[in-house]
Design a binder for this molecule. Structure first.
Ligand SMILES: [Zn+2]
Ligand SMILES: [Zn+2]
Length: 238
């Protein structure tokens, strides 16, 4: 415990003495970011996308899938395309458990989304997609919660990571074929505090088929949320 604390002091002192280092090329970070200006400029911002599900499109509008069938969430916005080098940053956060990347990706996500919003979004609460307690113990942190922190701070919207929980330890969605993903996630969430009448913004790291955020949004709506907007760091274009 004490050793951990000493280590974290040393890291803080080091971060203060040394300039930030770019996590992608090792160059000098700028403005306290662990990213250099050239690598920042190379990140794949999402551009035009479906206003319902954030799928990248040639021009803003509704994608074919959302035109045919409405989604359980009100709208979705993504900061980036899930492709090089953004995918390696997200994987580093989740699988190498590099919490430093959470701070960086959360800051970048907030920057990109705030630039997309025409007006400040009226939200009552920001809720990260919960992790199952077993997965949380294994990883040490919920990446969605870490990504949501800068957004909550900059939008001055309360962050609530305790109003919902994951009650089933599901297989990772990324390990399953698209067809099985909906069944895998069904009934995985439970709302544990009042969200009745709230406009909720749900935060997650990556959106692929959207089954996870759909199931979570449907659970929140059943608990009385008046709207559920989804904000993700990266959107996979199938
Ligand atoms: Zn760089
Ligand atoms: Zn769509």
């Amino acid at each position: 415990m004490l050793l951990n604390r000493v280590n974290s002091w040393l890291q803080n002192i080091q971060a203060w003495l040394l300039p930030a280092q770019c996590v992608l090329c090792g160059g000098v970070g700028q403005g306290g970011w662990d990213l250099c200006p050239a690598c920042r400029a190379d990140l794949p911002s999402i551009g035009a996308a479906c206003r319902q599900c954030a799928l990248p499109l040639p021009a803003a509008g509704l994608c074919g899938r959302c035109q045919r069938r409405p989604r359980p969430f009100t709208a979705a916005a993504a900061a980036f395309h899930y492709r090089t080098p953004l995918d390696s940053l997200v994987q580093g956060l989740k699988f190498r458990k590099d919490i430093r990347l959470a701070r960086l990706l959360g800051g970048l996500m907030a920057q990109e989304l705030l630039a997309q919003f025409v007006a400040p979004p009226g939200m009552d609460v920001i809720v990260p997609v919960p992790l199952h307690p077993a997965r949380l113990r294994e990883r040490g942190f919920n990446q969605a919660l870490e990504l949501a922190r800068p957004l909550a701070r900059q939008l001055c919207v309360p962050l609530d990571s305790r109003c919902a929980e994951r009650v089933r330890a599901t297989a990772p969605q990324s390990a399953l074929p698209a067809k099985q993903r909906r069944r895998n996630i069904k009934g995985a969430f439970r709302v544990t505090a009042a969200v009745k009448g709230c406009r909720v913004a749900v935060v997650d790291d990556v959106m692929t088929t959207g089954h996870t955020v759909s199931e979570f949004a449907a659970t929140l709506r059943r608990a009385g949320a008046v709207s559920v907007t989804v904000w993700v760091c990266a959107r996979v274009a199938p």
